[in-house]
Design a protein. Structure first.
Length: 165
């Protein structure tokens, strides 16, 4: 990793890569209200940035894979970009408990998930360790490429996912 980050971030990143994943509590301190989350949704919808926007009677989720961000979502993107050289960000959000997620999956790139609004649980399973975490706003979960993980939607939530190209 050739990015200028604080020693604490570098130590966390190095240990997390070794294990395949790791949690950093309060990497960032977001405090968006439901209104701010809805404003990001409406901003994205108006500009055609939404990747998925499920019907109300389906899973009540929305995803944003492209475009720009506003408010605290934009602030978090800038924060992560400065510290980790992030080049890509996505938003995963649900409007209700037990909403749809991608289920158990792995990614082809390393990701850092930052919980923005309410809580989300994750089960992670690397070659070195299997465990679960519940992320609160500001908590980060690093997941190495190829590590299986399962998001568990506990209720309304918004999570930003960051990766490098």
């Amino acid at each position: 990793m050739k990015r200028q980050v604080s020693p604490n971030f570098q130590e966390w990143y190095d240990k997390s890569r070794e294990w395949g994943f790791g949690v950093y509590r309060q990497i960032y301190r977001p405090n968006p209200t439901a209104l701010e989350v809805a404003e990001q949704y409406l901003y994205s919808k108006k500009r055609g940035f939404l990747t998925k926007d499920d019907a109300d009677n389906y899973n009540n989720r929305w995803l944003q894979f492209d475009g720009s961000y506003i408010g605290q979502f934009d602030e978090c993107y800038r924060f992560m970009s400065m510290r980790f050289g992030i080049q890509e960000a996505h938003i995963y959000a649900n409007w209700k408990m037990d909403g749809h997620s991608y289920g158990r999956h792995n990614d082809v790139m390393d990701v850092i998930l930052v919980q923005m609004w309410n809580k989300t649980a994750y089960c992670v399973e690397s070659d070195n360790q299997h465990t679960s975490f519940t992320l609160s706003p500001g908590d980060a979960l690093y997941i190495k490429a190829g590590v299986y993980h399962t998001p568990v939607i506990l209720g309304e939530r918004a999570t930003m996912s960051f990766s490098w190209k």
